[in-house]
Ligand binder design. Structure first.
Ligand SMILES: [Zn+2]
Length: 285
């Protein structure tokens, strides 16, 4: 993919090199490892984030940190800004057609850790979206892992990650997060996990909708799409669980299986219509 001379979005907050709290030389313990695996690639389990968001309301942490102003100029930062700008155009148009306005999310680039209105963001969590401050949090080291650990080649998987997180923002604007949150406490943990899977698969589908509309302008090729699908398959809960613990527990899934992730991402790519992403009204995911 290639955005040419596109300037990209001005909603990127660059907090890299701002002295966040690193994980330290001691490495991460077992608990950290579990978070690493659950949180990997498509952010933290959204129900966990909503929990964090509730706690944050009580604690009132500092929601913003100082950021460099002006456009990001390094290659990777610029690419991120271009992808974000592309999602703004696609969703802006989508919301306009529905007679409403798209409120653009911000995207925070950071390294190590940074405060968010959902608690402390840490690189080990993977990219995540915080509904409380409507920001996507992204540590670019993650993109390196995407290539080395998950063997997802090219830059399209990076764009897919951003578009997926923006998909969560779309869910916030459409009230989907709220509907899921209202069920908390009234349903079992297995059912909450199921709702989380549906949220994640819908965000995958929304990422596909973005790719469909961005295709021409961003010069997305068939090879890019293949790379994106490889990435989607690599981060299915079943594959991650098999890698980490040797067996698979479907009830504990929070993001969906490899096959499901590929299917919903593909559906969005092929249809380009957000209404075809209704993972909540289907029995067969
Ligand atoms: Zn997600």
């Amino acid at each position: 993919m290639d955005f040419g001379n596109d300037e990209g979005s001005c909603n990127v907050e660059d907090r890299r090199g701002m002295g966040g709290i690193g994980l330290g030389a001691g490495g991460i313990g077992l608990g950290g490892l579990v978070i690493l695996i659950i949180g990997y690639f498509l952010g933290v389990d959204p129900s966990q984030l909503l929990n964090m968001a509730q706690q944050a309301e009580v604690q009132q942490p500092q929601a913003t940190a100082p950021a460099r102003s002006g456009p990001v100029t390094d290659e990777l930062g610029r690419f991120v800004a271009q992808v974000l700008g592309s999602t703004e155009r696609v969703w802006g148009e989508e919301f306009r057609q529905r007679g409403s306005e798209y409120r653009q999310p911000h995207l925070v680039l950071y390294d190590g850790s940074t405060p968010s209105a959902c608690g402390m963001g840490r690189a080990a969590m993977g990219p995540f979206y915080c509904p409380n401050d409507e920001r996507v949090y992204l540590d670019l080291a993650f993109f390196r892992d995407l290539r080395t650990r998950f063997h997802a080649p090219g830059d399209f998987p990076d764009a897919y990650v951003i578009a997926h997180e923006v998909g969560h923002h779309v869910q916030k604007l459409m009230g989907t997060f709220d509907r899921v949150e209202r069920a908390r406490g009234r349903v079992s943990q297995a059912e909450m996990n199921q709702a989380s899977v549906r949220l994640e698969l819908q965000a995958d589908c929304y990422a596909g909708v973005w790719a469909n509309h961005a295709g021409m302008q961003a010069h997305i090729t068939d090879q890019d799409i293949d790379n994106g699908l490889t990435a989607a398959a690599a981060i299915g809960d079943d594959r991650l669980q098999r890698q980490s613990q040797g067996y698979v527990v479907p009830e504990s899934f929070t993001h969906g299986s490899s096959q499901q992730r590929v299917r919903w991402f593909k559906r969005g790519i092929e249809s380009g219509r957000a209404e075809d992403c209704n993972t909540f009204s289907t029995r067969a995911l």
